[in-house]
Every structure is written in structure tokens, then in C-alpha cells.
Design a binder for this molecule. Sequence first.
Ligand code: GAP
Length: 445
Amino acid sequence: MSNTVSMDILVSLCKRRGFIYQSSEIYGGLASAWDYGPMGVELKNRVQNFWWREMTQLHDNIVGLDASILMHPRVWEASGHVENFTDPLVDCKKCKQRFRADQIPEENMASHRCPECGGELTDPRQFNLMFKTHIGPLESEGSVVFLRPETAQGIYVNFKNVVQTARMRIPFGIAQVGKAFRNEITTKNFIFRTCEFEQMEMQFFIHPSEDEKYFEHWKQARFDFYRKMGIRESRLRFHQHGPDELAHYAKIAFDIQYEFPFGWKELEGIHNRTDYDLRRHMEFSKKDLTYLDDLRDGERYIPYVIETSAGLTRTVLTVLADAYDEEEVEGEKRVVMRLHPELAPITVGVFPLVKKDGLAELAREIERDLRHEYATFYDQGGAIGRRYRRQDEIGTPFGITVDYQSKEDRTVTLRYRDSMEQVRVPIPELAETIRLAVREYRRPA
Ligand code: GAP
């Protein structure tokens, strides 16, 4: 059986098992907006925590920040987004569909013919991707604000604050996770590209002479992160941006791409943004954002920035697509999400073999004990095999079954999701056994 999941199967599993729902579904849905259900929000939070620990806690020179979504409108002039953050669009005069000019076949652009209906296409027009809104009750020019299209700018405008109040010395980083908004035209492939999404970004401030060294360092570190999270290495690769792909702020950029069911696509970007952003904010705000480096004989300079920019919601899609597996077990199809135990929405399922004879009470007691350390789920309904399958489908890595023997010798069965192996474990040793298994987890080849 195949372990490359089709998008239809994945979308349907996500809906059925409470990972992801279409936004405003009872009104027919809103294109390209999605809601995270009980399993989805747990998964998304765990992906975020995994990133946060990796990018802040494990370093003594990276700190966190949570800047607001709405920022002073001048920020987006300084950043270049008002001028440059555009997509070229063409409209079909006949079927009225709108396309990104760089995403339709060249022959259609050359012949001005719609790829859907053959109708005549308009000339390309530049369309700004930022969402505009107004602050306050009056919709005047002076009240315009934008929903941030990247979280990075919140970091740059707080650079001085962080240097002064957290006493950071270059090289150091500022990490942030938060919502970003883009008025995207091509809105398909589930949560891959949406108008509202979340980013996990880290801006690493360095001396300009060290940009190549730190670029290489972060490029590799970010690739290793996905392997650590259990993503198959064979589905990861680098892609270097050519001159026509580079963002307006980047000197050099590499994407980490993942092989999604719809092909190789960007998962994260690593950019050398030079001193572009800080320099521009200095010009526009008239504030001094230079850095006085006492470790370099008092040299004063505008730091360069190496940026690592990952999509949180896109990483959730990656994790889901990568985890999906099907196999045949005793003549039946088993669907199993091989999620890394640190990402799985539920870590431990606890099941009494039957409800009666005190087994349910003992199982409850075990579950209540473990819930202080693990995300647990208690289920006493239906055949035990069916209960295991339900947990396999949401990627629960460990299952504990309480049976008659448990009452006699205080041991239970611990079932491993991936191998389906079952071992007997004394109840007092459960927490430690699971802790070790999480730490040593390797996805089966
Ligand atoms: N600060 C740099 C920056 O925003 P980007 O390459 O435009 O760079 C970084 O975006 C990451 O954000 C992408 O690699 C992707 O994971 C995610 N992303 C960008 N646009 C997205 C969208 N419309 N929907 C979901 N994720 C998106």
C-alpha cells in the first residue's frame, strides 16, 4: 500500500478526526480560510512549541518577542512592502477568473488566452498583497493600517528596545511566532497557501563581515530541525532563489522545500537580508539603529540580518502529509499517522479491556495520574482493536490497556503505535518508560 497520501484523503481525515475544518462551513465556507479543531490546535501548538524550544531555549543568544499585528503604516513604506510586495495578475474577460501571470503556462501568456476557457486575458497588472484596513471610526487616508504580511518587521522596529533592555550583544537573535496576512490569489491546496496564516521567524543580527558564515550555519540548522521533528529526509531539499525569485530585501536566499502530494514546494525561507531593513527604518523613522560593538573596539555599524522564516500552518500540513501511512494488518487496512510523539495531539490512550470488574476504575486512576505529564485520552467504548485504530488515525504513539492481570500484579499492556508491539509494564514504571520512548523515538524506515 502507498504511504504517499492524496490531498483528498488528507483533507477528509483532517475533517473526520477534528484536525482542520473549512472556515464558516455552515455558510458554505470561506475560500482559503481554515479552522483548527480539537486535534488540530493541539498539533499546531506542539509544532510551535517544538520550534520555540529549538530556536530560543536551546540558545543563550536568542530571545523571544510578540509584536502586534497592526503597526504604524510607515513601517510598510520603509520595509518596501507598499512598493514591492505585489503579484502580477491577469483577468479573463470571458470567464472572469483571475490568475497570477507567473503561474500560468507561458503559451497562455504569449497568446493572451485563458488557461481555463480560452477567453481573452487582460495585460498583467501589479496587485499589492497587503490587506488594508482602518483604525478608528473614520475611513480616511490618515487612518489606513495594514495587517502585517510578515512578522519580521515587528522584530526590526524593536531591535533597539531589545538591545537596550535585554542587554543582547551581537551576534544574537530575536524569535517570534504570529499571524500574518496576504491577499493571495491562488488559494488551493488546503492550508498550504492561505490569506491568514502563521509564521515562525527568527532574525539573527550579526556583523556584516560574518554574513556568509552565519547564513551557512542557519541554512543547515534549519534543515536539521525538520529531520529532528521526524520529517523524512528524502522529502526535503534546498532550492536556491534565482535573481528573478529574490525578494526585494534579499541578497541571497535558499528555500527548504518539501515534497508535498502536489509537488516540491517551499516550506521555509532562509534569507540574507543584509542591513536593508534596519537601514530603511533608520531613514524613515530618523532614529539611530546603529549598534556600538564593544567587542570590536567600539566599531559602530548597522547589523546584517540572517532570517529564518517558516510557516507554522504550512509546517502543520507538512507534518500531517509526512506522517500519513497505510498498511495491511490481518487483511485489513490500518491508517496510521506516524507523528513524532512530541507532536502528537494525544500522547497516551488508556483503555480498560472491559468496563466491569473494576477495570474501568483502575484505568481511570492510571489516566488521571499520567495526565499531569502527558496529553492523555480515556476510552472504554467498543472493541479494543477498534479503539487502537481510532488512536492510530490521530497518531497517538502509546496505548495502555488494563486487563484482569492488571488487578492481580499491577502491570498493564503498553502498545507502541508504529510497531504495534505490546509489552507488559508495571504501573509505577509507566511514566518513565514513556518518557524514554519519546526521547529515543525514531520513525520506522
Ligand atoms: N519574512 C520573510 C517572509 O515572509 P516568505 O518566503 O514570503 O518570507 C516565509 O514567507 C514562509 O511563510 C514561507 O516559507 C511559508 O512557509 C510561509 N507562508 C508565506 N506565505 C504563506 C501563505 N500565503 N500561506 C501559508 N504560509 C505562507
